[in-house]
Design a protein around this ligand. Structure first.
Ligand code: NAI
Length: 335
């Protein structure tokens, strides 16, 4: 089955080719991001394969449908970038990779916390420049702190378990509580209590209308002064302009972002020779207590291998007309 694969980087090709051992699927790779302008590239293929920053809105889906596409294999877990209702109305099936390595993302969230607190990223640059001063690199003991986790699904649970070794108090908020959270040492509270009590808040929920800008001007006011906010989930969970105001007033203590609301225009590209016109992103980058990475929390060899294997399995099921174990349905929008 010929499959147009969008937003392809060299590492995607390597892992997808390895998973497609006997070449049963015919991948045609495109570096282009998928949107309604580039959708025509899929012409003549029944299936396409896309990633997090491809935009499958109704306009794009209409073009894809017009070109005969009936199956979309997401190489990611989140599906907020797909107009699922429209896909369903058009009879286009969508699958995702529900889990590929919760460890990769949870470990990365922890890495952001440790780096922001102890400023190892800044120390690295100083020492390389012959500057051995530690003035300005003062951190705090994590031991005894309170860490609030918003979303205790697969990644949030792994994160809670990783925190066990640090001697921190773990609070959680999730509309669908997980009984295993208590055995990981966590305690569920209402969202406002989590905001009020946490020294560090880490976001591990999906992007939905309920979680859009969960970190906002209003919620920041309910947090502790000096709070550290970590977002490895989806950019639009955080109102970037509100956090800039919080950072400028020195109310927010630290910010770690692996995702950014407008990331699709920048992340995964080398733009070091161009002028970046996003003043919000550029302002965020200037703060010494902000650490931004380019949506790389998932990026381990284990995760890439699992993504490729599940994606190939999803495409193979489509090709053979078998049951789609990882189908994304409209009902899942309400979970
Ligand atoms: P999951 O579906 O296992 O867990 C999500 C949890 O969030 C569920 O327990 C759900 O009940 C909860 N939730 C839903 N609405 C909520 C709300 N209003 N408030 C609080 N909690 C809510 O998903 P998983 O695998 O743990 O992934 C979490 C998120 O991490 C994904 O949605 C995705 O956006 C992000 N992600 C980021 C990656 C990266 O490279 N930065 C890679 C993979 C996932």
């Amino acid at each position: 089955m010929k499959t147009a694969v969008f937003s392809v980087k060299p590492y995607d090709k390597k892992f997808l080719r390895a998973a497609n051992g006997d070449d049963a699927l015919k991948f045609e790779f495109y570096e282009e991001r998928l949107n309604h302008h580039t959708a025509a590239l899929a012409g003549g293929r029944r299936a396409i394969c896309v990633f997090v920053n491809d935009l499958l809105d109704s306009r794009c889906l209409d073009v894809l449908h017009g070109h005969g596409v009936r199956f979309i294999a997401l190489r990611c877990a989140g599906f907020n970038h797909v107009d699922l209702r429209h896909a369903t109305a058009l009879g286009i099936k969508v699958t995702h990779v529900p889990a590929y390595s919760p460890y990769a993302v949870a470990e990365f969230a922890l890495a952001l916390i440790l780096a922001l607190n102890r400023k190892t990223h800044r120390a690295y640059n100083r020492v390389r420049d012959g500057n051995f001063s530690i003035d300005g690199l003062l951190g705090f003991d994590l031991h005894g702190c309170t860490v609030g986790i918003i979303g205790t699904g697969k990644i949030g649970m792994v994160f809670a378990n990783l925190l066990r070794g640090f001697g921190v108090n773990v609070l959680g908020h999730d509309p669908f509580p997980n009984p295993a959270f208590a055995s990981a040492g966590g305690r569920y509270v209402e969202r406002d209590e989590l905001f009020a009590r946490s020294d560090i808040i880490s976001l591990h929920c999906p992007l939905t209308p309920e979680t859009f800008h969960v970190v906002s001007e209003e919620s920041i006011e309910r947090m502790k002064k000096g709070v550290m906010i970590i977002n490895t989930s989806r950019g639009a969970l955080v109102d970037a302009k509100a956090v800039i105001r919080g950072l400028k007033s020195e109310y927010l203590g630290y910010l770690g972002l692996d995702v950014y609301e407008q990331e699709a225009d920048f992340f995964y590209e080398n733009l070091s020779e161009t002028i970046i016109h996003d003043d919000v992103l550029q302002r965020l980058i200037t703060f010494p207590n902000v650490l931004i990475t380019s949506h790389q929390a998932y990026f381990t060899d284990t995760a890439l291998g699992n993504i490729a294997e599940t994606t190939v399995a999803n495409l193979t099921a489509c090709k053979e007309g078998a049951a789609l174990n990882n189908e994304v349905t409209v009902e899942m929008l309400h979970r």
